[in-house]
Design a protein around this ligand. Structure first.
Ligand SMILES: Cc1cc2nc3c(=O)[nH]c(=O)nc-3n(C[C@H](O)[C@H](O)[C@H](O)COP(=O)(O)O)c2cc1C
Length: 176
């Protein structure tokens, strides 16, 4: 799959098949996303890959508050991405420059995870709607380990990809 095909194929999948997901695929995705760039190579990310039934239930509860994200009941796995601020140099530069590099880094990492999932033939949906406390309890995380995003994963029920609604080139770019 070339890059153009890959970015067009990735979409927020909200209809997963009941087909089980192979652990090796999850490992491959994380291994590929590991190569993402980050400020001063800080790599401030950690992935909790969830596929065991009991933990899946807890993650689903944590991401479906107020009736949101109901579709994730069909997901076959989740990545819960947390932030590790263990590189002092990166946090120090962030403070000096008043730019939250760690959040930018994690955003890039999440994009890599999503695209890697697509390249493995999987559907994925990034979930920003979650209860952090419930996730920390489900995964036995210390309060200091901040949850940044959850990604629902599974084989898509259909191959159909909806057309993308995006701003035009003019709206998002200017050549100087
Ligand atoms: C940071 C972030 C948080 C998101 N949170 C959710 C969410 O909680 N539930 C959901 O269904 N989609 C969520 N999405 C998916 C977006 O709605 C989706 O990416 C956007 O509408 C563009 O559609 P596409 O991904 O199909 O191209 C999130 C996406 C991002 C990047």
């Amino acid at each position: 799959m070339d890059f153009n095909e890959l970015i067009n194929k990735r979409y927020s999948c909200r209809n997963f098949a009941k087909r089980p997901l192979e652990q090796e695929k999850l490992l491959t995705i994380i291994d590929q996303a590991r190569l993402a760039p980050s400020a001063v190579n800080g790599q401030p990310w950690f992935v909790h890959a969830v596929s065991q039934a009991e933990t899946m239930k807890k993650v689903i509860t944590a991401c479906t508050g107020l009736g949101m994200n109901r579709f994730i009941h069909q997901a076959q796995a989740f990545f819960v991405v947390t932030e590790t601020r263990d590189k002092l140099i990166s946090t120090t530069i962030s403070k000096i420059k008043k730019l939250d590099f760690q959040t930018i880094d994690i955003g890039i990492f999440i994009a890599y995870l999503s695209l890697a999932a697509t390249s493995q033939g999987l559907g994925s949906c990034i979930l920003g709607w979650f209860n952090e406390k419930q996730l920390q309890e489900a995964l036995n995380l210390p309060k200091s380990e901040k949850v940044r995003i959850v990604i629902a994963l599974g084989y898509p029920e259909s191959d159909e990809v909806k057309p993308k609604k995006r701003k035009s080139l003019n709206q998002i770019s200017k050549f100087h």
